[in-house]
Design a binder for this molecule. Structure first.
Ligand SMILES: Cc1ncc(COP(=O)(O)O)c(C=O)c1O
Length: 347
């Protein structure tokens, strides 16, 4: 609404808006933005609109009953769609579609102002391997539109089955699907409509699911720019493969919820209380960052060197993500991952 007001104010209100970006859908909650409404407002103010269809671009064309979200919508000027997601190509293959040639030409980089060869580069990142593109091309040739439709259909069937397993008449007590997800993904939150003893914390749930051999993705509940605080959730991206394993996965989702129903999530205050004092002005070196991780039970320092490396439970980590300033927690995440992939002798 705020953006709408600025755009509606005409060229002056939109003077510092370079591009409006909408999602089809967003990754965390599978929220589909009202593309046509936003594009109408933006194009009236002369502002280009990009649709991030990175995750939806090769699945939504086969989803029935959706309003147009792509270049069919007047005012949409570009669309991105990842071949390495629902076109099943290896990582590193995506497309950025432009409404017209002139806009597409602007993404090239050319220079003759250096001592070397005349440079003209069609990619956004400089040198890129042609390997993933060749593989993506081969996969699209092999699948064709019919193959993509079949696979999207399987992902859709599995997504609907998982929604039903959580939210349906015989759903999981204490959990709910967030919003109205569009496409092959969804987020699950605690159901605040039931009493606390029946609620299931989505991060404890994800950890309980992981002890049973499956991996779900914990997402923090952070305050947004407009002051809205999102619930903390657990995310599922659903693939055609999921359709073949629902018989194993759904009972695990139910049993894991039974394991943790009524339990409170880790208390960020208590975790923070166990941190050594920090000078907020000093940059965090690697040893201090590792000591902080250790203090909250997420560290790798002092681990059994023969133990398989792993991050462990996500619920405390996500409680910290919500409680600590983003730059600090981002530095800790870097430390966590870097220690995880280091040779053990160096720890
Ligand atoms: C909607 C959306 N946009 C962008 C991205 C970023 O994609 P990548 O990590 O492949 O660059 C993702 C990844 O999941 C996504 O879901």
């Amino acid at each position: 609404a705020a953006l709408g007001a600025r755009l509606a104010a005409g060229p002056e209100g939109a003077a510092d808006v370079a591009l409006v970006v909408v999602s089809a859908p967003s990754y965390p909650h599978a929220a589909a933005d009202p593309v046509a409404d936003v594009a109408a407002l933006a194009s009236a103010a002369g502002v280009p609109v990009h649709v991030d269809a990175c995750i939806g671009g090769f699945a939504l064309p086969f989803w029935p009953g959706l309003p147009a979200w792509d270049l069919r919508v007047p005012g949409v000027t570009s669309v991105s769609a990842d071949l390495h997601k629902y076109a099943f190509a290896p990582k590193g293959a995506s497309v950025l579609l432009h409404r017209d040639r002139d806009r597409q030409r602007a993404q090239y980089f050319a220079t003759t102002r250096w001592p070397g060869y005349p440079v003209v580069n069609p990619t956004l990142l400089g040198s890129r391997s042609g390997g993933p593109l060749a593989a993506a091309w081969a996969i699209l040739q092999a699948l064709g539109a019919d193959g993509l439709a079949t696979l999207a259909g399987r992902a859709r069937r599995a997504t609907l089955a998982l929604r039903d397993a959580v939210d349906g008449p015989a759903g999981i007590d204490g959990l709910r699907v967030v919003g109205s997800p569009v496409g092959p993904l969804l987020a699950v939150a605690a159901d605040d409509a039931v009493p606390a003893e029946r609620r299931v914390d989505p991060h404890l749930w994800a950890d309980a699911v992981s002890t049973r051999g499956w991996t779900l993705q914990a997402q923090p509940g952070l305050e947004q720019g407009d002051g809205t605080r999102l619930p903390h959730t657990t995310h599922l991206t659903v693939t055609p493969v999921t359709d073949g394993v629902l018989g194993e996965l759904v009972p695990v989702l139910r049993a894991a919820a039974d394991d943790v129903r009524g339990l409170p999530r880790p208390d960020a205050g208590a975790l923070l209380g166990s941190l050594p004092p920090l000078d907020p002005a000093a940059p965090l070196d690697s040893a201090t960052a590792a000591a902080l991780l250790d203090a909250v039970g997420l560290g790798t320092v002092g681990d059994d060197p023969d133990a398989a490396p792993g991050v462990g439970p996500m619920a405390p980590l996500l409680a910290l993500v919500e409680a600590l300033p983003a730059p600090l927690v981002e530095r800790l995440l870097v430390e966590l991952l870097a220690r995880l992939v280091e040779p053990r002798a160096a720890v």
